[in-house]
Ligand binder design. Structure first.
Ligand SMILES: Nc1ncnc2c1ncn2[C@@H]1O[C@H](COP(=O)(O)OP(=O)(O)O)[C@@H](O)[C@H]1O
Ligand SMILES: [Mg+2]
Length: 370
């Protein structure tokens, strides 16, 4: 167990005497500071005595510190003042000393989590965004398929993020019933951790794939800031091997941020004239926004069939962009999976293979081995 340290800030010996034995029992190194306070050493926990509440300069406390207010009586005015300073945990001594135990356990967990993130940052994961200006081109189906494939066939740590702030995205496709979504992260944006994110994901049971969905109320989606989107992607990238994003066809700030932060953008392209024209316009648009300076836009041709209007070769000649893969058309096979809300892959193997899942496996394999 790693050593944690705590700073107690109080002029009252009674507070000090109650806290110290408890903290030392929990192997926490303790330092006591008296007023006036001009500097606070970095601590995992800072305990502020009620006698100091008025005299504190709260900006001295590092924002990653667990800050806990200590009362010796139920003083609501002080509690309110602390809340305004952003201190969420308050303990009344001596009767709530047990709550302290809980806060310490939680604090330890958070610290562990941060360490895990730091470790995995060394080989940070990849963000792959599926974007196309055309609805119905396969963003949702293919992003879900890739996420499930990487998770079950290659045993990677994967999260699928659905930025469609309307019905018809990943949760509909996978028949999920999310209880929470990423808009619930807004209140904790300043201290956002992987722990918070995993608290609002929904698990697809058969594949154990974690899915982060959005609010289904467009008004709520609007208040989700670019800062939150950026932080979610950053933290997920640090923790997971693959972060797969299903972006909406409409180009908004979420799409912008996801494309900006992706290592690859997959553009599912159906083989018709309208889709090809749309792609050309989007490419020019993204170039104007300076979003493609690292050449990370890849075309993923979807619904390939011998009866298509254009062949893959034709498309290659028209679009001047790298084609990363092809997914065949198989309407009835795919539709039965979708109708039943069944996963495309299962852990034990690709029992019933579809043309699409075979093609996607090939793409996933090439991504993993690169
Ligand atoms: N390769 C394919 N073969 C057959 N049908 C497909 C294929 N790709 C997508 N579809 C069909 O197209 C529909 C729309 O796909 P979807 O992923 O929801 O598009 P988007 O998210 O781009 O709007 C799906 O419900 C599916 O039935
Ligand atoms: Mg979609």
């Amino acid at each position: 167990m790693k050593q944690l340290n705590a700073t107690i800030i109080t002029d009252k010996e009674s507070i000090e005497h109650q806290l110290i034995p408890f903290l030392e029992k929990n192997e926490i190194h303790v330092e006591v500071l008296r007023s006036p306070i001009t500097d606070i050493p970095f601590s995992h926990f800072v305990f502020i005595g009620q006698d100091i509440a008025d005299k504190m300069d709260y900006s001295l406390i590092d924002h990653t510190t667990n800050c806990i207010g200590i009362l010796e009586e139920r003083a609501f005015d002080i509690a309110r003042q602390w809340m305004q300073q952003g201190i969420k945990d308050i303990i009344v001594l001596p009767e709530e000393i047990d709550k302290l135990e809980y806060l310490i356990v939680e604090g330890r967990k958070q610290k562990e989590e941060k360490r895990k993130i730091a470790d995995s940052t060394l080989h940070g994961g990849k963000v792959y965004t599926f974007y196309s200006a055309n609805g119905g081109s396969g963003k949702t189906v293919l992003s879900s398929m890739l996420a499930q494939c990487l998770k079950t066939q290659f045993e990677k740590k994967v999260i699928l993020i659905d930025f469609n702030a309307q019905i018809g995205g990943v949760e509909t496709l996978m028949a999920l019933e999310p209880v929470r979504n990423y808009a619930d992260l807004l209140p904790v944006i300043d201290e956002l951790s992987i722990h918070h994110i995993q608290n609002v994901t929904t698990l697809q049971e058969q594949t154990e794939l974690e899915v982060l969905t959005g609010p289904k109320d467009p008004e709520k989606a609007e208040i989700v800031s670019q800062e939150l989107v950026r932080k979610i992607l950053q933290i997920c990238q640090e923790y997971y091997d693959y972060v797969i994003v299903d972006a909406p066809s409409s180009f908004n700030i979420h799409t912008y941020t996801a494309i900006e932060m992706s290592s690859k953008v997959f553009y599912p392209l159906t083989t018709d004239a309208l889709a090809i024209r749309g792609f050309k316009q989007v490419k020019a648009f993204l170039e104007r926004l300076q979003l493609l300076t690292n050449n990370h836009l890849y075309v993923l041709i979807n619904r390939v069939h011998t009866k298509n209007e254009f062949t893959v070769k034709d498309i290659k000649n028209i679009i001047h962009a790298e084609i990363i893969g092809q997914i065949r058309e198989d309407y009835f096979g795919l539709q039965s999976f979708i109708n039943m809300g069944m996963p495309f892959y299962t852990k034990k193997g690709r029992t019933k293979q579809l043309k699409q899942t075979i093609d996607m496996y090939q793409l996933a394999e090439s991504l993993v081995t690169k």
